[in-house]
Write a protein that binds this ligand. Structure first.
Ligand code: AHR
Length: 681
């Protein structure tokens, strides 16, 4: 409150000086036609793109702290260190079950989706004799005084082994511990849990299990979760990361990618059906970002699918976003193997899509509706969008898409299909697909642009000339690159964020054409990224939003419901949108829920610029509005863990001229402003 007051005093001084200035030379006028909105803004307009890249899922939003819990990485003990003064040959053995055994106990034998487990053999072991230590994804983030839930699948072969579970800090001091005494000795697999509280915090912790007693014990799915997951769900998501998304109120979540959908080859494509049910049955595969970039290798990057499609749908429901799953279209990544499914063998892929719609939407009496209900979510998810293919291109894509389109539209005519326009926003590949997709009456064409900041400024009018009828645009992946695509030098700096803010005025102005947009990628772990820039950066305990995040958030929270025409006055060529003249970019929206005009103004120059925004077609304007200002004089300014809000929005009240029904303001240099003013029409 105090801060707002101080800001409004400052603002009044600023505006007083502005009006003195404007006495000398009247500020150019920008006209906002409030009376006649020109198009609807879709509730889905601003969303997020999620992919398991940069340790976004495993080691990221999936709160599992144990890396390689199932011993299914290529190297079965990757992430684990076996130690102890009484180590003997064969005391820790990797077993690989060939078929599900009949030896089931009270829990069914685990399937061969997860064939490996570890057999521990000890004799009279005590502390220090034999231990297994897990290093976590990039270490384990431990919070002081928090409950941690350790669980394991075990099978007692003989004897009476106990598991002592210690949380360690970076110096190997114990900062929390529990003991798990297997309760079942019937030679079946059992899951058991022990919880304990940590006594101190640590950024790079570890988990050590040491064994006490004599016996032979099989262990698998060794897991550790913090208590404070998103909504407190056991085995759930990292709450601080999800909160960042929830705070944006995104219109949609696109998942699970990205190139991960396509896979390096078809075997490694994303298959949603394999991501459901008990986590021990979800078959792990290598993550394509493990080896994609020789300059950023990540040999310990796999997909455990602990987060699967049910969890992604649930996330969307939690944060009020439309789910937008993207499925493989029978083509592997064309930058990699470019494998194709022969046309006469495409049916299973199409069936996967049909089944997904049933899984998401159908009644519990249907096969896949029942699967959803059995997994604990009888209520349908009301899926409205589905993507066919990620960055796929060429006639091979068109012919496969046509099969999907026919099958899906025949059965679900209102479902809106997202179709790929390839990898780039121009060039032969794009032109070919854009033409074909429009002929095919594609619902939404997915455009991607990873380009330099200048491109974003030059393209602020990209959609002004797009056809108003026919296919709509999903700006599905984009981000300004301070260096160049896939360069490790790209930074999430203010110049990039500001150029995106300027470009987005063009998306908003053309909401009649652009129905959805999302920055990409979404998350990056500071110690484990492959691709930069990214919207949100995390380490094991912290998270911060980049300047780009705040731009996205401001658009999303100030979406409005209708586009208003905003044109420059007679100083320039009349009736042109403000899209780069004098380095200013602006758009206007109407919010029918709150009766507010929302202005978005990016000033990419280093000069303050006076403007008068004249509201046409209104009876009354409120005497004050709200200005949310994102600015920095330095184009290379970035946020960081240490200075997470260096470039972040500040809110203040601003006076409006009720008589003239106009707002006169000085737009700060290198700034992005969002202004909300209550208006009576
Ligand atoms: O966002 C990173 C990658 O960029 C995506 O996986 C892919 O679709 C694009 O090439």
């Amino acid at each position: 409150m105090l801060q707002i007051k101080r800001c409004s005093l400052l603002a009044s001084l600023l505006f007083a000086s502005t009006s003195l200035l404007t006495h000398a030379q009247p500020a150019p006028v920008v006209r906002v036609n409030v009376a006649q909105p020109v198009a609807d803004i879709q509730p889905t307009m601003w969303g997020v793109f999620f992919e398991d890249i940069n340790f976004g899922a495993d080691g990221g939003i999936y709160a599992e702290m144990v890396k390689n819990r199932s011993f299914e990485f290529f190297k079965p003990l990757m992430g684990w260190k076996v130690d102890g003064k009484k180590r003997t040959e064969g005391d820790v053995l990797i077993q690989n079950r060939q078929t599900p055994s009949a030896n089931a106990g009270t829990q069914p034998e685990k399937s061969t989706n997860n064939p490996r487990y570890v057999r521990i053999t000890t004799s009279n072991a005590s502390q220090g004799d034999l231990s297994m230590t897990n290093e976590g994804f990039k270490g384990m983030g431990i919070k002081p005084g928090l409950r941690y839930d350790f669980s394991v699948l075990y099978r007692v072969q003989s004897g009476n082994l106990k598991l002592h579970v210690d949380l360690l800090n970076a110096k190997d001091d114990v900062v929390g511990s529990g003991v798990l005494i297997p309760e079942q000795s019937d030679k079946g697999w059992h899951k058991q849990q022990v919880s304990f509280k940590s006594t101190a915090g640590e950024q790079k912790g570890k988990l050590r299990i040491w064994f006490e007693g004599t016996g032979v014990l099989d262990v698998d799915m060794i897991s550790l979760f913090p208590e404070d997951t998103w909504k407190g769900r056991p085995g759930g998501m990292r709450a601080d990361m999800i909160q960042m998304l929830a705070d944006m109120k995104p219109g949609f979540v696109r998942f699970p990618g990205g190139c991960i959908v396509e896979g390096h080859d078809l075997d490694q494509r994303y298959q949603w059906k394999k991501t459901l049910g008990p986590v021990e049955d979800r078959q792990l595969i290598i993550n394509r970002w493990n080896f994609e970039f020789a300059h950023r290798p990540a040999p310990d990057y796999f997909q455990s699918f602990g987060l699967g499609f049910l969890e992604y749908f649930q996330l969307c429901e939690d944060i009020g976003a439309e789910p937008l799953p993207i499925l493989n279209c029978g083509m592997a990544c064309q930058f990699n193997t470019a494998e194709l499914v022969p046309m006469d063998q495409l049916d299973p892929y199409v069936q996967d899509a049909i089944d997904l719609i049933e899984f998401a939407n159908a009644d519990v009496s249907t096969k896949w509706g029942k699967v959803r209900a059995d997994l604990g979510h009888p209520k349908p998810f009301n899926l409205k969008f589905l993507g066919v293919g990620n960055e796929n291109w060429g006639p091979q894509y068109v012919e496969r898409l046509a099969v999907f389109q026919k099958a899906l539209k025949d059965k679900y005519p209102t479902l809106r299909l997202v179709c790929s326009s390839g990898t780039d926003p121009n060039g032969e590949r794009f032109d070919f697909l854009n033409g074909k997709l429009r002929e095919m009456k594609a619902d939404l064409i997915d455009e991607h642009y990873y380009r330099r900041p200048e491109w974003f400024l030059q393209n602020a009018r990209r959609y002004d000339t797009y056809p108003r009828n026919g296919s709509k645009v999903f700006a599905g992946e984009w981000a300004a690159q301070s260096d160049k695509t896939v360069s490790v030098d790209n930074k999430n700096n203010w110049q990039c964020a500001l150029s995106e803010a300027a470009f987005m005025t063009g998306l908003e102005r053309n909401a009649a054409v652009v129905n959805m947009a999302s920055y990409a990628p979404l998350f990056a772990h500071a110690d484990g990224w492959q691709w930069t820039p990214d919207l949100i950066w995390v380490d094991n305990l912290r998270v911060y939003g980049t300047p780009n995040y705040y731009v996205q958030k401001l658009y999303s929270l100030n979406k409005g419901t209708n586009v208003l025409s905003l044109t420059q006055g007679p100083v320039w060529k009349d009736n042109e949108p403000l899209a780069g003249q004098d380095s200013l970019y602006a758009s206007a929206a109407w919010d029918k829920a709150t009766n507010e005009v929302i202005l978005k103004i990016a000033n990419v120059s280093d000069k303050a610029q006076a403007r008068t925004f004249q509201f046409d077609g209104v009876k009354k304007v409120a005497a004050n509005g709200t200005l949310t200002l994102l600015k920095n004089e330095a184009l290379d300014a970035v946020n960081s863990f240490e200075n997470a809000t260096k470039v972040s929005p500040v809110e203040q009240r601003i006076p409006v001229d009720v008589k003239k029904k106009a707002l006169s303001m000085t737009v700060a240099p290198r700034s992005f402003s969002v202004i909300r003013i209550n208006v009576q029409k």
